[in-house]
Design a protein around this ligand. Structure first.
Ligand code: ADP
Length: 474
């Protein structure tokens, strides 16, 4: 798969140096994309600006029709998209198919929601004035996306951007551009006009710097690490760039002693091991009330030990490879650090790096404490550290001891106790008896160092709109 950049409706960049894309399950090269930089990004931005002038003038109904055609095409190509996604990213094929459906749902939901961009009329204290509030698309959007959800992190931005009348320049992660190219091919097929969607692969900081410094770009939407989010904020400060940032997380899972244990184990499994633990809302630290601690661990280990590690394309695989060597080394470091500080490993604990592919088994650690790296840094791997707590208040205090505030989970059958815990947690997304809360129609995003802004839901559309207030003398 030798792919190209997509700028102003043209597939271009064949003269540029090529970047190899590897399959993390085998280390094999599965495709190439051009190494684009500032020049290509500038061309894409200018094309996006011209396209925006026309696209934003279409009615929301016209944009909806095109986005719905796009949605249909994504679903029609679900199997092939999922295969490409697994090839370059490694997640099990059934998860990749789930991601494609999830990715498509943002196109459908925002296509509809674009019809409900309402303004309002505000009563004036003067009889000869009419006060109007109207909404308009922000303009050209720069979207920088990560590798862990190569399809959904694009459509979660593209859906609301296009529905509101913006155009977009996408910079996918270097590990997973092939899914992005496939999605853009389908946008073209759906009839999205030239220049409305553009794709530039290549040097992250050169592309990022152009997106952040070019005055034609009115908004940057980013999903990735807190570290890079901070860099983008600093660079964007010069032009007061409008930013939405979905950054790192360190999700706590709290299991109260009145929880339905089957549900708590199932929900924790779903949250912890999806995508081999490589999502920003994966449970990172698990707090279990002391009187059910041992029983929870026994049941959790029993379930986790059934998970099959392997190539995501193989039937029956539950956990694919870690994305790369750096990711793998971090997982190893976290486990070794915990063991050296007194944790006990009750499952897994040793990875198998082989020929450029890095597999790590489901791992369960008990007797952990907050001095351990795994309890305060994002592990991004299938490692479940489980700590004991005494009172509900202790659990909340432990959970809130983090600079992150993205997702948190609570398992409790009690309305009263669950409500109190949920209300006390400083997190933007909470799953109460639910290990998989994300969905297109609900706001997704974090507090504290997990970012700013929301994606999904009506909040997700607002991010792409400016508010204009008009005072009319009559
Ligand atoms: P992850 O840890 O998930 O790889 P990163 O924050 O490193 O997260 O990357 C997320 C996205 O940000 C990727 O598309 C990456 O290429 C991009 N990126 C990395 N560095 C920069 C930068 N200096 N400017 C703009 N984008 C960047």
């Amino acid at each position: 798969m030798d792919k190209l950049l997509y700028i102003n409706g043209e597939w271009t960049g064949s003269e540029l140096e090529k970047i190899n894309i590897t399959n993390p399950a085998s280390g094999e090269i599965v495709g190439t994309v051009p190494n684009g930089g500032a020049t290509e990004t500038k061309q894409a931005i200018e094309a996006a600006h011209q396209a925006y002038l026309k696209w934003s003038k279409l009615t929301a109904y016209e944009r909806c029709d095109l986005l719905e055609r796009y949605y249909d095409l994504v679903l029609e190509n679900e199997d092939e998209l999922a295969r490409v996604l697994t090839l370059e990213m490694g997640k099990p094929l059934h998860e990749a198919k789930g991601e494609i459906k999830y990715a498509a749902s943002f196109l459908k939901w925002f296509a509809e929601e674009g019809k409900r961009v309402y303004g309002r009329t505000v009563p004036s204290q003067h009889g000869d004035k009419r006060l109007q509030v109207i909404k308009k698309a922000v303009g050209v959007v720069g979207a920088i996306t990560p590798w862990n959800f190569p399809a959904a992190m694009i459509t979660r931005k593209l859906g609301p951007a296009l529905a509101s009348g913006c155009s977009i320049v996408i910079k996918p992660a270097k590990q997973t551009p092939l899914t992005a190219v496939f999605l853009v091919e389908l946008a073209e097929k759906a009839g999205i006009p030239k220049g409305v969607v553009n794709l530039v692969t290549g040097n992250a900081s050169k592309i990022g710097d152009e997106l952040l410094s070019n005055p034609l770009v009115k908004k940057i939407t980013f999903t990735g690490s807190t570290e890079i989010g901070r860099v983008l904020m600093e660079k964007g400060a010069k032009h007061i760039k409008n930013l939405s940032l979905e950054l790192g997380g360190h999700a706590p899972i709290i299991v109260l002693d009145d929880a339905d244990l089957d549900l708590a184990v199932k929900g924790t499994m779903a949250s912890k091991f999806r995508n081999a633990g490589q999502t920003c809302i994966c449970g990172n630290r698990i707090y279990v009330q002391e009187n059910i601690y041992e029983e929870f661990i026994t049941r959790f280990v029993e379930e986790a030990s059934k998970l099959k590690v392997g190539n995501g394309l193989d039937e029956g695989t539950d956990i694919g490879p870690i994305i790369d060597k750096n990711g793998y080394q971090k997982v190893e470091e976290h486990v070794q650090d915990a063991l050296s500080k007194g944790a006990t490993c009750v499952l897994g604990g040793e990875g198998t790096p082989k020929n450029g592919a890095y597999f790590y088994p489901p791992t369960v650690l008990k007797d952990v404490n907050s001095t351990m790296l795994v309890m305060h840094e994002e592990t991004f791997g299938p490692v479940a550290p489980i700590q004991k707590f005494t009172t509900d208040e202790d659990a909340v205090e432990l959970a809130n001891q983090s600079p992150y505030g993205l997702a948190a989970y609570v398992f409790s059958e009690s309305n009263r106790r669950g409500t109190k815990v949920v209300e006390a947690l400083d997190y933007g997304i909470i799953g109460w008896n639910d290990g998989a809360p994300s969905t297109a129609q609900a706001p997704f995003g974090g507090m504290k160092e997990s970012g700013m802004g929301r994606e999904g839901g009506i909040e997700g559309l607002e991010e792409y709109l400016e508010t204009k207030y008009v005072s009319i003398g009559v």
